[in-house]
Design a protein around this ligand. Structure first.
Ligand code: HEC
Length: 185
């Protein structure tokens, strides 16, 4: 017999014995550690990584997608600085106007009133939200209105956890529209 047919015989025997009638028995596994790789749980300790954690921390300074860091705090100085520095990044379109109005009416109008006159239905409980046409609010640049929603102001709470930054800008533009509308007869 030459080498080739002899190997053929071996393979034939192996194949024949692999598919026997004993179907309830598992076949031989040659690469167990590759078939069943050891996955670490996200929060389990890990002997391989440098800090011993499986789920790695983001690199310092990492910014999540769709999130822009805002370097301001809840102080009057920062409210003024926001007014000086920030421009509304959301382009004004018919759609953004409609969205801003809807968001305003569901989040702000209960106190400020649909027209921003400071006469919403909650006023007996949360007294005297200023009219947007009051001298103080009328002077506020859009960045400051955004700051009020983000950090609150006086008795008004922050809306940063209810409204994403994009939505706060949509509303800020609506507040300005209410102010301009009120100016025209
Ligand atoms: C629960 C009632 C309430 C809701 C809801 C509310 N506000 Fe106010 N808002 C107030 C009150 C009260 C004040 C006055 C705060 C103060 O001067 O102490 C105020 C003040 C303001 C001011 C002027 C801030 C200043 O420094 O003078 C702006 C601008 C404003 N709100 C915008 C908004 C916008 C936009 C929304 C919706 C995201 C909103 N508010 C939702 C009650 C509310």
């Amino acid at each position: 017999m030459t080498t080739l047919p002899r190997w053929g015989l071996v393979i034939l025997c192996a194949a024949a014995s692999a598919c026997g009638p004993a179907r309830d028995k598992r076949g031989l596994e040659y690469t167990r550690d590759m078939t069943y790789s050891l996955a670490y749980d996200s929060f389990a300790p890990n002997p391989v990584t440098r800090d011993g954690l499986t789920l790695q921390r983001p690199v310092r300074g990492t910014i999540p997608r769709g999130y822009l860091p805002l370097h301001y705090s809840a102080t009057i100085e920062d409210a003024e600085r926001a007014g000086r520095d920030l421009q509304n990044p959301v382009p004004r379109t018919a759609r953004s106007a409609a969205e801003g109005q809807a968001l305003f009416e569901s989040h702000c109008a209960v106190c400020h009133g649909n027209q921003g006159a400071g006469d919403g239905p909650l006023v007996p409980k949360i007294p005297n939200p200023p009219a947007y046409t009051s001298a103080r609010v009328q002077r506020m640049p859009v960045g400051r209105i955004f700051h009020v929603m983000t950090f609150g102001s006086g008795r008004m709470a922050s809306y940063a956890s209810q409204l994403a930054a994009h939505d706060r800008w949509l509303i800020a533009a609506h507040v300005q529209r209410l102010q301009n509308r009120a100016e025209q007869p």
